[in-house]
Design a protein around this ligand. Structure first.
Ligand code: ADP
Length: 607
């Protein structure tokens, strides 16, 4: 599998996990929401239960406070007398003082027909006096010998109230009238509405009698049937109120919707009546709290995952730093290793060079011994031959054998040159040829002095100019304007230049284009002298191969392969370097030999 494919797969898996985690988090939040909601709902229901109990007790205490007053009044002799038609005027005043003392709306006495014969509000405009309440259920109940209780809107005053009635019996036990009181519950309602909670009381018909919310008072929880409406009308219970149905719907055992808003709903029956107390708590509060819990949980989840992410990033960073440190260590170790390898290679190269040098030195040493004995053995005969030849020339008749003499002297000259070349090697290091002045083959110490390479060239040129002319070679000398000073042995440096030039001349013997380019210049503390020809080139041979003694391509007798060996030795004595290269065909072809020497700067000359 390719790296990109692996990357894509990992990315795909990562995204899948991301989706799974998102779904899991959403699922968890939904669970948290519903759990919190049911928890807060049960809490709220508990609270509602305790509130409804409290409201019921306040209502009961308000109702029960006067429960026994009608009974007591029914046994009052003044009431009894008035019921029997005596002292009704006095009773009016008496009832008025009772009512004001007990803070009651009204206390009144009715005869058996329901006609009010005495009333506490006898002196008010809307007095009950002479009004007939025979239609009221509380009157009928009392007339039947029971205690009558009833909530209704006053038929005379149009003000709501709670009526309690008791039969008034004469000494025989016969009912001669009914005494009743009207209790004003508006104070209680005001207290409820000041509490800011929704609480109300409904009767058997589902009509709201008392409520903390005035807007729902005298409204029906369920639509009223025609019979119900007729009966209510007969009792004149709610005056002109339309008793319109409320926007009320039961959603569950503990839930209702009132005017489009969901509420938790708790009820409690009021003992001794057909009333039910309702307490409503908006579900919105529960939902708000549940949402707050969800938000809290979400914030907690975010904080936890952020902390997790932070820790993970820190771990990744740490391991990254560790791996980077390990990488750096490895890199350092690699660099050390590479340096060590390079050092070893360098040592190997040095060893190889030293071995080559050793081989070359021993070769040169052997060559030196051979050269010493050959030059020694041949030196004498060659001198003798030269002398005999000179003597024979002197003795000869002019013009006779002159060609033979010149050939002989040329051959002897060549033999002498060859022995001279060999003599170079027949000396200890640091000594040079001196033409036989020192020992058998003549050794001369190297004479190091400041030398201008341009002078070296001029001297060498003087020696090879005839060769150049003879071979028809064009010269191109590119010499630096300023002197190019080196510390060296002028004669020996000349020998090098002559060797290189001779080689060039020989190489160009059969070349179609013959040009010798000489350059003398300085650059970067180095002096350079290069000889370039237009011959056949070196055929890829290196200077190391060419400077080996006796390496030659020339015909036997034309060269011994010692020229470059000698030149290389001399350049080495001068702490310099001899290099050679083939000139590419497109640049004219041929070979170029370069002598590079340390530039002689101002200062004391080398001893
Ligand atoms: P010799 O000239 O006696 O042969 P050298 O040591 O001077 O010995 O040269 C060695 C060989 O290097 C020559 O035989 C020749 O093959 C090659 N050589 C030297 N100089 C040149 C040159 N300028 N062009 C081509 N070959 C050269």
């Amino acid at each position: 599998m390719s790296e990109t494919a692996i990357g894509q797969r990992v990315w795909g898996i990562g995204r899948l996990w991301g989706k799974v985690a998102a779904v899991a988090v959403i699922g968890l939040m939904v669970l948290v929401f519903f759990t919190a909601r049911s928890y807060f709902e049960s809490l709220e229901l508990q609270r509602a239960q305790s509130r409804v109990t409290l409201y019921r007790s306040t209502l009961l205490s308000a109702l029960e406070r006067y429960q026994h007053l009608p009974f007591v009044l029914a046994h009052d002799p003044f009431v009894l007398r008035a019921a029997q038609g005596f002292g009704r005027q006095q009773l009016n005043a008496r009832l008025a003082s009772f009512a004001s003392e007990a803070d009651l709306d009204a206390i009144y006495l009715m005869d058996r027909t329901g006609l009010t014969v005495a009333a506490s509000n006898y002196d008010r405009d809307l007095t009950f006096l002479n009004q007939n309440y025979g239609f009221r259920p509380y009157f009928r109940a009392a007339l039947a010998g029971e205690r009558g209780q009833f909530f209704g809107i006053g038929a005379t005053t149009s003000r709501p109230g709670y009526f309690i009635a008791e039969p008034v019996r004469n000494t025989d036990g016969a009912i001669v009238g009914v005494v009743a009181l009207k209790l004003d519950l508006s104070g209680l309602e005001r207290a409820w509405s000041d509490g800011g909670e929704t609480v109300f009381v409904s009767n058997r018909d589902g009509i709201v009698l008392l409520s903390s919310e005035p807007s729902i008072r005298y409204r029906a929880l369920d639509a009223l049937s025609a019979d119900q409406r007729r009966a209510i009308q007969a009792r004149k219970q709610f005056g002109q109120e339309a008793l319109a149905p409320l926007d009320w719907k039961r959603l569950g055992p503990d839930q209702v919707r009132l005017n489009g808003v969901s509420h938790l709903h708790v009820t409690a029956p009021i003992q001794g009546s057909d009333w039910v107390l309702h307490f409503l708590s908006p579900e919105r509060d529960v939902l708000t709290r549940a949402w707050l819990v969800v938000i809290g949980a979400a914030i907690l989840a975010i904080v936890i995952s952020a902390a997790g992410l932070y820790l993970r990033i820190r771990r990744v960073r740490e391991s990254l730093a560790e791996s980077q440190a390990a990488r750096r260590k490895l890199q350092a170790a690699n660099i050390d290793l590479a340096r060590e390898i390079e050092e070893r290679r360098e040592a190997e190269r040095r060893l190889e060079k030293a071995q080559t040098e050793l081989a070359r030195t021993s070769k040169l040493a052997a060559l030196g011994q051979l050269a010493a004995s050959v030059t020694h053995e041949l030196g004498q005969p060659i001198s003798a031959m030269k002398n005999y030849l000179a003597a024979a020339e002197l003795d000869a008749v002019p013009g006779e054998h002159s060609e033979t003499f010149s050939r002989l002297s040329s051959v002897v000259g060549r033999m002498e040159r060859l022995t001279q070349q060999l003599r170079f090697f027949a000396r200890p290091s640091g000594a040079g040829v001196d033409g036989g002045a020192n020992g058998a083959v003549g050794l001369k110490p190297v004479d190091m002095k400041p030398v201008d390479l341009k002078d070296v060239w001029h001297e060498a040129f003087a020696l090879i100019e005839p060769d150049l002319d003879g071979a028809g070679i064009k010269l191109d000398a590119q010499l630096s304007d300023a002197p190019v000073m080196v510390q060296g042995d002028r004669l020996r440096l000349e020998q090098v230049v002559v060797n290189l030039c001779r080689n060039a001349v020989l190489a160009m013997q059969s070349a179609p284009r013959r040009k010798l380019t000489v350059r003398v210049e300085d650059a970067d503390d180095l002096a350079q002298l290069s000889i370039r020809d237009t011959g056949p080139g070196l055929g890829g041979l290196t200077i190391e191969a060419l400077q080996e003694p006796f390496v030659t391509t020339r015909a036997s007798g034309e060269g011994m392969g010692l020229g470059l060996a000698i030149s290389a030795e001399i350049v080495k004595e001068h702490d310099g370097r001899l290099t050679a290269r083939d000139i590419p065909e497109q640049d004219g072809g041929g070979a170029e030999f370069t002598v590079t020497l340390p530039l002689k700067t101002e200062g004391p000359s080398r001893p």
